[in-house]
Design a protein around this ligand. Structure first.
Ligand code: NAD
Length: 369
């Protein structure tokens, strides 16, 4: 008998449970129609966990996440907790998971579905065919470097300090993720830093270059300064295959790239960590959007980012590229047939709800398989 994949579902707050419900239907479809052996478990995080257990995430949930093949996360955030101290905020759940699972590489694909061409902030000719993957380092760099703080100087003025720090090992492990991805994509990595003005950027460039020569000679490597990269992402985004960069530049560039595809409700992400002693790579998959309290409970949220996050999980954690491609194709077909949730509908276009969109994807998967 095949060992089932252990998947931990953490729907969270706001629209999280609504969109997770649709992803779970897809998981059930894969179990029933493709014989995917699954062991699903589910728990509370964020505001939902605070309300029940007085903490945004329990230690048991972290332990369960460590034992799982992958975590499928919805979103956390609930305005009811906005005046509470930091440790009583729903968002702590995702921050703790990232930290405790050592999730150091954030993967954000920016893939433009042909049917949504007009939703992009760029002209159709510039953005048509966009299929880019940004790999951002997430546990190092200036957001975590020491020294940091705000100090008062002898003359009474104040100084704010943050430090950009990267070690060889930190650069190498995230660059490996990018090179491995390029091997199953178009074979090209562009490494982004500011080595012209920052020593950490110089080291970044050296380490990535050495790694490519040593272990990835089959992958094409180019380098780009971060400011030029921001410009190039708007001028000609289709030139890129995989971009790899540090925490700060990745934060900015991945948000920029998300606008190239038009809608927040369409964008999945993955965050990967090291391979543990059990042979499993820690991994969490989630939409890039938040809990959207403004539309929660209305049944109108777009479930596609959550469903596409599940597709990423199949590809990167469960080694089921065929099923991942099936889901992505079904989503493309649904959009091509003109079905839209409110967030991606053009003015005057009729829109469908969360459930209907989920059902439409399942129907398309039936047709395609
Ligand atoms: P948001 O992403 O929740 O919403 C921004 C806008 O996009 C809203 O108008 C919302 O209705 C819309 N939107 C988002 N996802 C959508 C979807 N799937 N379908 C249709 N429309 C969608 O960002 P926000 O309003 O700044 O944050 C709300 C809460 O989410 C905050 O508490 C924030 O801290 C939290 N948040 C959590 C995560 C996470 O869980 N990883 C990420 C970002 C924000």
């Amino acid at each position: 008998m095949t060992t089932p994949y252990k998947i931990l579902l953490l729907p969270g707050d706001g629209i999280g449970p609504e969109i997770m419900g649709q992803a779970v239907k897809v998981l059930h479809w894969l179990r029933d129609k493709r014989g995917l052996a699954l062991e699903l478990s589910e728990d509370l995080v964020g505001g939902a966990s605070l309300a029940r257990y007085d903490t945004p995430i329990r230690d048991e949930v972290i332990a369960q996440a460590r034992q799982s093949d992958a975590v499928l996360f919805g979103s956390v955030g609930d305005p009811a907790w906005k005046n509470e101290p930091f440790d009583k905020r729903p968002e702590v759940a995702i921050l703790r998971l990232r930290k405790e699972l050592g999730l150091y590489a954030n993967l954000r694909p920016a893939h433009l579905f042909e049917a949504l061409l007009s939703a992009s902030a760029l002209k159709p000719d510039v953005v048509r065919g966009l299929d880019l993957m940004i790999v951002r380092e997430t546990v190092g760099g200036i957001y975590f470097g020491e020294p940091r703080g705000i100090e008062t100087l002898p003359d009474g003025s104040r100084r704010g300090i943050n430090t950009e720090v990267y070690t060889t090992a930190e650069i190498e492990r995230v660059a490996r993720v990018a090179f491995d991805l390029a091997r199953v994509r178009d074979g090209r990595v562009c490494s982004v830093e500011k080595g012209n003005v920052m020593e950490s950027g110089l080291l970044w460039r050296e380490v990535v270059t050495d790694l490519q020569k040593r272990d990835y000679p089959d992958v094409e490597l180019t380098h780009m300064l971060a400011d030029n990269c921001a410009m190039q992402l708007v001028r000609d985004p289709c030139q890129f295959d995989v971009l790899v960069t540090g925490n700060l530049f990745g934060d900015l560039l991945s948000d920029l790239a998300s606008m190239l595809t038009g809608s927040l409700g369409m964008l999945p992400s993955a965050t990967l960590g090291a391979v543990g002693s059990n042979g499993k790579r820690a991994a969490l998959y989630e939409p890039i959007h938040g809990s959207a309290p403004d539309i929660a409970g209305k049944g109108i949220a777009n479930p596609l980012a959550q469903i596409l996050s599940l597709a990423m999980m199949l590809r990167y954690s469960l080694n089921r590229a065929e099923e991942a491609a099936l889901i992505e194709k079904a989503v493309a077909q649904v959009l091509a047939r003109g079905l839209r949730t409110a967030d991606i509908a053009a003015k005057g276009e009729t829109s469908i709800g969360t459930e209907q969109m989920g059902e439409a994807v399942l129907k398309e998967m039936d047709v395609l398989s």
